[in-house]
Design a protein around this ligand. Structure first.
Ligand SMILES: [Zn+2]
Length: 275
């Protein structure tokens, strides 16, 4: 028995890191293959979460991205505590775990030579939730686009508003939308890219405001959860409800683009605006 016990407690067994289980088709993919395929399932094309750092590498011309507003970090204004402990401990732990200090990375750089301002949400940090600091960074990156007359691109990957910040979090919806709406005054294009998942207050604000809204395949995009809606309206919803494909069919997104094609797709759209 002792021998089994030893194996069982050995957490560094290769099993966990060698294979990734696809959330859609449930197949096991070699982790190296998964990473090389940009966290996309080679069997069913499900697009898994990707870190903001990897997205920057994928989208921006080499060494062209400069981070802005990295000093803006969450503040526990409400001194919020839930059953799992204080909010402050939670965001500190998330910072340690993910290596980033907020659920969004903001900055500017070049996409196939086109200078843009960008905000890249990161699901690893508190589920990519929208807190006060997240909203502030997204607003400031919009202002940077406005001041420099360059397009603005937001990549969303978020569970929605950050409940630990209560109404301060909800306020970010109006705040970010305001900053983005101002871009219209200068005819500055705003592109929103929706990855899996984009839900709640993020969908209900800046993620759906794009002049062009682009979704990654099979992304879950919606406001309230499926069960909440079904219970409220007393009806069963279609199987593909709240998927990128369903939204495209019903006119809520403009296109679905594979992750590997996003860079060229975005620069093509932006060059169209430049004509
Ligand atoms: Zn799959």
């Amino acid at each position: 028995m002792a021998w089994f016990k030893k194996v069982d407690t050995e957490k560094k067994t290769p099993r966990k890191t060698l294979w990734v289980k696809c959330k859609k088709c449930q197949s096991h993919i070699f982790a190296k293959e998964w990473a090389e395929n940009l966290n996309v399932c080679p069997n069913c094309n499900f697009h898994g979460n990707i870190s903001s750092a990897d997205r920057i590498k994928l989208l921006f011309d080499k060494n062209s991205f400069s981070e802005l507003y990295s000093n803006i970090e969450p503040v526990d204004s409400l001194k919020f505590v839930d059953l799992k402990g204080p909010y402050k401990d939670k965001f500190e732990a998330n910072k340690k775990k993910s290596g980033i200090s907020e659920a969004v990375i903001t900055g500017h750089g070049k996409i196939n030579g086109i200078h843009v301002s960008a905000a890249l949400m990161d699901f690893r940090y508190l589920g990519g939730s929208l807190g006060s600091a997240t909203g502030e960074k997204i607003l400031r990156a919009a202002n940077y686009a406005y001041e420099n007359n360059i397009p603005y691109i937001v990549f969303s990957e978020s569970g929605g508003a950050r409940m630990q910040e209560g109404v301060l979090s909800l306020m970010q919806m109006a705040k970010t939308c305001n900053g983005i709406a101002r871009l219209n005054k200068k005819n500055i294009p705003y592109i929103s890219v929706l990855a899996n998942p984009t839900t709640g207050g993020v969908t209900a604000s800046y993620a759906m405001m794009g002049d062009i809204n682009i979704a990654e395949p099979f992304s879950v995009i919606g406001f309230a959860g499926r069960r909440v809606i079904e219970q409220t309206i007393g009806e069963k919803l279609p199987d593909d409800f709240q998927t990128a494909e369903y939204l495209l069919k019903h006119g809520f997104v403009d296109s679905i683009v594979n992750r590997k094609d996003l860079k060229d797709y975005i620069s093509n759209v932006l060059s169209f605006y430049n004509r």
